[in-house]
Design a protein around this ligand. Sequence first.
Ligand code: MN3
Length: 204
Amino acid sequence: MKFTLPQLPYVFDALEPYIDAKTMEIHYSKHHQAYVDNLNKALEEHPQSHANTMTLDELIKDLSSVTESIRTAVRNNGGGHYNHSLFWQMMKKNGGGEPKGTVAEEIKKKFGSFDQFQTQFNETAKKVFGSGWAWLVLNTTGDLEIVPSHNQDSPLTQGMHPILGLDVWEHAYYLKYQNKRPDYITAWWNVVDWDFVENKLKKS
Ligand code: MN3
């Protein structure tokens, strides 16, 4: 199976001023492309591997069944491809605000209020040491939970379903925010696509 870069659902400057056009362009067309290319390369070098017959979801869900010699490459690059493909869809121009519908109800039920949820999510995102992500997931018992992940690991590998995720790798914000990750996190809430999150929750 040959993987390809999915179309970005908006133009590079759509999320300005919160996410600048240059960062979006490099993040999508260089970083994400590299994950796709390196995933394909690892699989091509092992044409006999069962991994070549698996979908991206299957690879990430079932990393342990991937041939050991390419498991790390699939974990990092397949994870990068999977996470970024989701991340682009979790944002939109004129997004943000507070969620409605099921997501809003479930967040309130689990975290007490949207503010409390946001505070806890922000803390998790700030505390990721080095490169990684902060996620809102449906955990293995079907509850909402906020979890971090390192590098390009996906909660999917742990049997959880990511509903919303924030890339806190420096490549996601350094051009505009430099060392000020908290400012990037605060700005990012303005572009969250809660409709996508709602649909993701219903399908998970
Ligand atoms: Mn990234």
